[in-house]
Write a protein that binds this ligand. Structure first.
Ligand code: NAD
Ligand code: UDP
Length: 318
């Protein structure tokens, strides 16, 4: 008798990262329940699976509890872009705390393994560079990013207490900046903003002087790492990201040089509490998961540019 397929719950499954994970698990023959409140996610991202016997779509908010029978929970639900998580910061904090509390409760009830999508934002504006997992961070607890940063920190802490007290199986992924197809056109994040601006022939917006840095990982690499982490014995937290660090100015110039339309750089006021630099140390991911990203920034950027081009063309003609 063959083993029955693994039953996965993906919260935030209609979002950018979640929908790529849905694709990957569905393609490997597993069962997927995609749960989302559609705040930043869309049915379009997962519509190819609607009607498939192994796929179920639930319109639900993780701040409300739910009973489901699953083997694995991928807890991704939470807006990730600053403009979206700052839109209703109290709701963001509730999503992190209550949402994670509810999902841990579900994991405990049904004995499921749970992977929590944490973030490099737990390091805040880091004083240690690159950031290893043992670094406890430098987060402003009362700033405009804290609904997200502190929300993720308390969620990590809940995961550990559920593991210590209730012995549930946790995995904690500290995800660094990720980009790729299915980011929203109006997402407000660097890569989507600059690519959309360059395609439209608009000036590329830079907050501050552009010397702040980030390290961007292409979505396919991130999905590989999440699956490896879920399947591994390592409980985390573990950094998942691409250590290729670039300044915002370098990224803007790269996009400008590859732009078909002539575009200039437009410098705007710096954002409050914007971390000055960020780069993951991925030694642990290499050791424990035998993972490192494969896709070069240039390559991932070209794929993402093509996605936005098609999307903008479609919007114009419809
Ligand atoms: P996203 O905004 O595209 O996806 C989040 C999804 O969660 C959306 O579909 C949204 O509708 C859903 N959601 C939000 N609040 C919800 C709630 N209360 N109940 C149910 N569903 C809810 O963001 P993303 O980039 O796909 O990020 C996914 C996860 O990965 C998030 O937890 C985010 O914090 C984490 N993460 C992402 C990045 C990144 O660069 N993309 C970096 C670090 C961490
Ligand atoms: N940024 C920018 N112009 C934009 C959007 C973002 O200069 O149009 C900067 C932003 O100030 C930050 C970096 O790019 O320093 C990454 O921003 P993003 O929102 O993509 O991710 P996060 O700040 O959450 O790491």
């Amino acid at each position: 008798m063959s083993a029955s397929p693994v039953r996965n719950l993906i919260t935030g499954g209609a979002g950018f990262v979640g929908s790529h994970l849905v694709d990957r698990l569905m393609k490997s023959g597993e069962k997927v329940i995609c749960l989302d409140n559609f705040f930043t996610g869309s049915k379009e991202n997962i519509e190819c699976w609607i009607g498939h016997p192994s796929f179920e779509l639930l319109h639900h908010d993780v701040t409300e509890s739910i009973r489901l029978d699953v083997d694995r929970i991928w807890h991704l639900a939470c807006p990730a872009s600053p403009i979206h998580y700052q839109f209703n910061p109290i709701k963001t904090a509730k999503t992190s705390f209550l949402g994670t509390y509810n999902m841990l409760g579900l994991a405990r009830r049904v004995g499921a393994r749970i992977l929590f999508a944490s973030t490099s934002e737990v390091y805040g504006n880091p004083e240690i560079h690159p950031q290893p997992e043992r670094y406890n961070g430098n987060v402003n607890p009362i700033g405009i990013r804290s609904c997200y940063d502190e929300g993720k920190r308390v969620a990590e802490s809940l995961c550990y207490d559920y593991m210590r007290i209730h012995d549930i199986e946790i995995r904690i992924a500290r995800i660094f900046n990720t980009y790729g197809p299915r980011m929203l056109l109006n997402d407000g994040r660097l890569i989507s903003n600059l690519l959309v601006q360059s395609i439209n022939g608009e000036d590329l917006t830079i907050y501050g002087n552009g010397t702040q840095t980030r390290s961007f990982c292409f979505i396919d690499d991130l999905i590989d790492s999440l699956i490896l982490l879920m399947n591994s014995l390592y409980i985390g937290p573990i950094n998942l990201g691409n250590p290729e660090e670039l300044s915002i100015l370098q990224i803007a110039n790269l996009i400008r040089n590859n732009s078909i339309k002539k575009v200039n750089l437009k410098f705007l006021k710096e954002l409050e509490d914007d971390p000055l630099r960020r780069k993951p140390s991925i030694d642990l991911a290499l050791k424990e998961l035998n993972w490192k990203p494969k896709i070069m920034f240039n390559e991932g950027l070209a794929i993402t540019r093509e996605y936005f081009k098609k999307k903008l063309n479609f919007e114009k003609t419809n």
